[in-house]
Design a protein around this ligand. Structure first.
Ligand code: BGC
Length: 744
């Protein structure tokens, strides 16, 4: 305990108030003991500070959403965004921001995918840690949310996510783990849902055993707003602060549990102590800093343009030339969709018009072509558009998803774009007009039209300065450098969670297990519209000279280096991605994805410039979570080190062999197979010497590999039926094998 004197001076009533919010956005203040309550606000793309008396939301700057910032693959950019938001918190006297939100994109349909970062936990964890470090460098807190497995909105307060421990560890918890270890967020926010039968808010395994005991989390756990089921059980499990605190509605749960002994005063005191610590840490950030809206708006533009993804650029239709006559279509051009709905929604400072930003560059004329608020196909709008195109060189359509298509609170039902937009794009294609599509959407959409257009810029939800960023990229002031942080399938039905999303209303079976996103598409060798990690540039890059070497450093195993060169004629940034895959024969061993992202670096290169890029791979880069031992392990195997420009564009590859002497305990029964015995170092020789010849004499003459294959699936008990061994001898053999394999 850090503050025993304060805790012991509090009355029971005060303690209960300390572990409960003071209204919707504050923690409790105890003036006489110098405990100053803090204010917290949403998050995560800027400040949504609400004045509780008037219910008015302050004006603030809306930065790009997680769906876009993740595509930057740029730790420094995320740190800057966090730092800027941290300073804004100081300007508005806010002690903590409720973000980042990092749930894994299991299905493209999840209503909050726009807030979340990626389908990949490594990318998620690295970027979340950078954002948190940025905010907290100002002594302002963050709340990493929603812990855990909150990958859908349907019945979000009560569904039960049925997930294997391996999938939890490798996919759904891993991003949280990295962020906790690399940035120690002041708080973690537990999710609404249940995980394997227990609400996250009452899940001791999640909130204490894993989070604190294994990962070393030092902060406080707070509830999502209204996520507490039984307050006393939540306290016991490790949930420190309940939010919001209206009327301390759950006070009686605590009093009753203290009275009947199911909750101890020490347990309550631990939570109180953590909330005091939170108040202390967040109050330390208080500073009179003016809110520089203009400067932060500019920062938002830089973040957006460092993240947008160029998906297609046939015949180098982009960048547009100043003299190109552009027909700008789609109502989003004048009413851009810049953010998602729900708790993340910002009352913006100013929103850049895409039309105006493009007109500042060149010859651009606008007509609607389609409306945002009405999906009906209106032929007159399409005809207007075709007429305008007839006098222009190129059409640019600002397309995307209207607000009501995706939001916090509900999931999408499909991945389609509105029919009026599809009709416009198809009419342009029929008329043979060279077309660029700019997409403003919070999550992947089906793009049946992709082959019919020349250019596609995935701009996602780019924040209030998205217009500036889009114009800068379209006209080549900025060379696009983002890559997709999620796979874009051809159709929803291809997605691995399709058969089990969003569940039956009570349970959601995560049947695809660890095969989320590209882990699934790659393993199945399935074609996708655009793969994870994909994105083009106005220049080209060449990879060479891949080297790997073992390192002595106790926390790392392998050093990887390579060269990357800008072979085009303009400055550009390349995101070099490193994937690892266990390529040994999988028989009898844990199944693993074909490749997993284990490193990335964003490299800036002038035209013609070459740089060396280095990666250090630690043990986790090669590990999987083995449920039989309740821990991570690195099987003795061959591993492919793949370096590339996307998950489907591997440029260099090298295979290394790792033997760290790790093995799973072998549990011997009469159904243990010869294959298992032969593959395990501990029992291999014994099996060759004592069993092989007995089972089928002469089989060894085919060589040990063929013999192994033939005998692979035969259990020890087969010796009773197919050899001359006496039945009792089988028990002796099992006993001897148990001795060899330490199977007590
Ligand atoms: C959301 C959180 C948010 C909180 C406070 C909840 O409904 O799930 O992400 O931080 O409300 O607005």
């Amino acid at each position: 305990m850090k503050y025993p004197e304060i805790v012991s001076s509090l009355t029971l009533e005060e303690k209960i108030r300390m572990v409960t919010g003071d209204g919707a956005w504050h923690t409790y203040t105890v003036d006489r003991l110098g405990v100053e309550g803090i204010m917290m606000t949403d998050g995560p793309i800027g400040l949504r500070k609400v004045d509780e008396a008037s219910n008015k939301t302050y004006i603030s700057v809306a930065f790009p959403s997680g769906c876009l910032t993740a595509c930057s693959f740029d730790r420094e950019l995320l740190r800057q965004m966090g730092d800027t938001i941290g300073k804004e918190c100081q300007s508005y006297d806010v002690g903590m921001i409720l973000g980042p939100a990092i749930n894994i994109k299991r299905s493209p349909l999840c209503g909050r995918n726009f807030e979340y970062l990626s389908e990949d936990p490594y990318l998620t964890g690295e970027l979340a840690a950078s954002y948190i470090n940025g905010v907290q460098s100002n002594n302002v807190g963050t709340s990493l949310k929603h812990y855990a497995a909150n990958s859908q909105e349907y019945r979000r307060m009560s569904y039960d996510a049925k997930i294997s421990e391996r999938a939890l560890r490798e996919i759904y918890l891993a991003g949280f783990e990295t962020a906790v270890k690399k940035s120690q967020p002041y708080t973690l926010m537990c999710s609404y849902n249940k995980i394997n039968g227990t609400h996250a808010s009452e899940n001791k395994w999640l909130l204490t055993d894993v989070l604190r005991d294994e990962w070393g989390f030092e902060g406080a756990v707070i509830s999502d707003w209204g996520a507490v089921n039984y307050r006393d059980r939540a306290l016991k499990a490790g949930l420190d602060l309940e939010m919001p605190g209206n009327n301390i509605a759950n006070k009686d749960f605590i009093l009753k549990a203290l009275a009947d002994g199911s909750l101890t005063m020490a347990e309550l005191d631990t939570a109180v102590d953590r909330v005091i610590d939170l108040s202390r840490k967040c109050s330390a950030g208080k500073k009179e800093v003016p809110f520089d809206f203009e400067k932060d708006h500019e920062t938002a533009a830089r973040i957006a343009e460092g993240s947008m993804v160029l998906l297609k650029n046939d015949g180098r239709i982009l960048p547009l030339k100043k003299e190109t006559k552009v027909a700008l279509l789609g109502e989003f051009a004048v009413r851009p969709r810049i953010q998602g709905g729900g708790s993340a929604f910002i009352n913006t400072y100013k929103v850049d018009s895409i039309l105006e930003c493009m007109q500042a560059y060149g010859n651009v004329e606008y007509t609607k072509g389609f409306e945002i608020d009405d999906d009906t196909v209106k032929e007159d709008l399409i005809e207007d558009a075709l007429r305008l195109c007839a006098s222009c060189d190129t059409a640019v359509v600002i397309a995307g998803l209207p607000d009501n298509y995706e939001s916090e609170g509900y999931d999408r039902k499909h991945m389609h774009m509105p029919s009026n937009q599809l009709a416009l794009i198809s009419a342009l294609a029929k008329a043979g007009i060279p077309t660029v599509i700019v997409l403003q959407n919070g999550a992947a959409v089906e793009m049946p039209w992709a082959d019919d257009v020349s250019g596609i810029l995935e701009a996602y939800l780019g924040g209030e300065a998205a217009g500036t960023a889009i114009a800068n990229i379209l006209y080549g002031k900025v060379n696009p450098s983002g890559k997709l942080a999620e796979s874009v399938p051809f159709q929803l039905e291809d997605n691995p969670s399709f058969l089990n999303f969003p569940g039956n209303g009570y349970e959601v079976n995560y049947a695809e297990d660890i095969y989320v996103g590209y882990r699934y598409y790659d393993k199945k060798k399935m074609a996708v519209r655009y793969p994870f990690g994909y994105g083009l540039s106005y220049t080209t890059f060449e990879y060479s000279d891949l080297k790997t070497e073992a390192v002595e450093d106790p926390s790392n195993l392998i050093k990887v280096s390579l060269k990357v060169k800008n072979t085009g004629d303009v400055f550009g940034k390349e995101i070099v991605q490193l994937y690892v895959g266990d390529v040994s024969d999988k028989a009898g061993r844990a199944d693993r994805p074909a490749k997993e992202l284990k490193g990335f670096e964003k490299v800036s290169l002038e035209a013609g410039e070459e740089k060396t890029v280095e990666f250090l791979l630690d043990e986790r880069a090669f590990s999987y979570y083995e449920e039989k031992i309740g821990g991570w392990m690195i099987p003795t195997a061959e591993y492919s080190i793949m370096v590339g420009s996307s998950s489907r564009d591997i440029r260099l590859e090298k295979t290394i062999y790792l033997d760290l002497g790790q093995s799973i305990p072998l549990h011997i029964t009469q159904n243990t197979t010869f294959g298992e015995l032969l593959r395990d170092e501990r029992t291999r020789q014994y099996t060759i010497d004592n069993l092989m010849g007995k089972k089928a004499s002469g089989i060894l003459s085919f060589g040990i590999e063929a013999a192994t294959a033939m005998m692979d699936h035969n259990p020890i008990r087969g010796l009773r039926n197919f050899s001359n061994e006496k039945p009792e001898r089988v028990d002796e053999i099992i006993y001897e094998l148990k001795q060899l394999s330490d199977d007590e």
